[in-house]
Ligand binder design. Structure first.
Ligand SMILES: C[S@@+](CC[C@H](N)C(=O)[O-])C[C@H]1O[C@@H](n2cnc3c(N)ncnc32)[C@H](O)[C@@H]1O
Length: 470
């Protein structure tokens, strides 16, 4: 008999050990009671579990709105214990791939997609291979190459370049780029590119206090004298330690073979509202979904694309993916425009009616906005239309009785709260899912205005667990 018993919660009868048939409803019950038990034992378990911020290679690059790996891992463990048949997982809004690294200890085959090439690069690096010893050896050589490079040539040019990079910063970044390009192994180059991305975030003239591209003041730029080479070295040491720690964790769990993850890792640069990629376009393929979607269109919530714009200018895009090209960098807004809700247009009456039939809360929110903030209606509607399209596609590729874990928060538009959590619930239940359970968590350290700003995000988010009815 499989041991589904954890913390006294089991789909089997306690007194006799006789097996009950583990129906989906019973499995739901086990998940629900296990989560309730953890919440009652420690009310902050989902907000701030005790953890080391560098664990799970979480500090390679400061990607916006990263999930807390340990929170996701606790939930994944509970679902996997309740249903040991789970073999694979998809995150259609992968970001920095937190959900996937949280699943790797459980040996799941990992599938992720995102519209942002920088997300893909971070995911490719966090999920391995973990050639720590080779990287350590090669890094000495890389740093020597950088030191010996006497050229003052700047390798990158784009419109507005001098606004973002001081001349000496550009010269030092160019030396790093030239040295990285000489590294023959792609996996190792990718590791260096991510470290370069974080170096650029910290040494460009862009403010680090916001995700939007926003140059520092003239005085501040003049007074600052960052050295990308020094920064790069410091960050490389830290990243190497973190990579080693995560490799050791996976080794302990017997998840590695010759430094690479034993399971599948399949990451794609892909608009999830257009397609969810599965091997040979299979339907009913995924056992589990763990994700956190954007909470509104990127431009007015979190500008993932703008945040990635400067680092991506310096990275050889072909090293990320064959689909990554300069078109993604046409303007500072390009990636955000391609993202959920980025292409604003007036929805037809039929489209609005369709979405209203899927969610009454969508309908009431639309009517409220129409009467109070009509100029923002199209943006909000475009976002929900795209979000529904992703959900619809997901239901096609998720297996019957598979679980979905969504982390989502609400936001304000013109003083009106947009109940993303409720609309998502209704979209998913009307597509054939049921809500198994949910937990609320406070968002700590959020780098967005908490005040009653027009588009401010809220201070809480929900983790919603659904099952696709089989
Ligand atoms: C909340 S973030 C995910 C953060 C992630 N959970 C982490 O821990 O880093 C949402 C992600 O959705 C991506 N995204 C937005 N629109 C998308 C689309 N249409 N298709 C795929 N990804 C999209 C953004 O680029 C961003 O990386």
């Amino acid at each position: 008999m499989n041991n589904l018993n954890s913390g006294g919660l089991s789909v089997y009868t306690k007194s006799t050990g006789d097996a009950l048939i583990p129906t989906p409803e019973r499995t739901d019950g086990v998940i629900k009671s296990h989560i309730e038990k953890l919440t009652s034992e420690n009310s902050s378990v989902w907000t701030s579990p005790e953890h080391n911020r560098r664990e799970y290679v979480h500090s390679f690059f400061q990607y916006p709105a990263m999930m807390v790996p340990l929170v996701q891992k606790k939930i994944i463990d509970i679902i996997k214990q309740a249903n040991p048949q789970i073999k694979n997982v998809i995150d259609p809004f992968m970001g920095s791939a937190t959900s996937l690294v949280a699943c790797m200890q459980n040996g799941l085959n990992c599938f992720g997609q995102d519209i942002n090439p920088l997300s893909l690069l971070i995911g490719e690096t966090r999920t391995g291979p973990y050639y720590v010893n080779a990287i350590k050896k090669k890094t000495i050589d890389l740093l020597n190459k950088i030191e010996e490079d006497t050229s003052n040539e700047v390798v990158i040019k784009f419109e507005g370049f001098s606004k973002w990079f001081k001349p000496n910063v550009a010269v030092e970044l160019s030396k790093i780029v030239r040295a990285i390009r000489q590294e023959p192994r792609l996996a190792i180059r990718r590791f260096y590119w991510v470290n370069l991305a974080e170096t650029i975030r910290l040494t460009s003239n862009d403010r680090t206090s916001t995700f939007k591209l926003h140059a520092r003041s003239k005085e501040e730029i003049e007074a600052r004298n960052p050295s990308p080479i020094k920064q790069f070295k410091v960050h490389l040491v830290k990243s190497c330690e973190d990579l080693e720690a995560y490799r050791d964790l996976l080794l302990e769990e017997d998840q590695l073979s010759k430094g690479a993850y034993k399971g599948t890792v399949n990451l794609s640069l892909q608009d999830s509202s257009e397609k969810i990629i599965t091997p040979e376009n299979k339907h009913n393929f995924f056992d589990l979904l763990v994700t956190s979607p954007p909470y509104g269109d990127n431009k007015t919530t979190v500008t993932y694309g703008q945040h990635s714009y400067l680092p991506l200018q310096w990275i050889d895009l072909a090293d990320i993916d064959k689909k990554a090209n300069q078109d993604f960098l046409k303007t500072t807004m390009e990636i955000d425009s391609r993202s959920l809700g980025g292409k604003v247009r007036r929805l037809s009456t039929e489209e609005i009616q369709f979405l209203s039939s899927k969610s009454v809360t969508f309908r009431s929110t639309y009517l409220k906005l129409l009467s109070t903030t009509p100029n923002r209606v199209n943006k909000v509607l475009a976002f929900f239309k795209d979000l529904f399209s992703v959900i619809d596609r997901l239901f096609d590729v998720m297996k019957p009785n598979s679980y979905q874990v969504w982390t989502i928060g609400n936001r304000n538009v013109g003083g009106i709260e947009i109940p993303n959590n409720q609309i998502l619930k209704e979209f998913i239940t009307s597509s054939g899912g049921i809500l198994v359970t949910q937990v609320e968590r406070e968002i700590l350290n959020k780098r967005m205005p908490k005040s009653n700003n027009n588009s401010a995000l809220m201070n809480f988010e929900d983790i919603l667990i659904f099952r696709k009815i089989g």
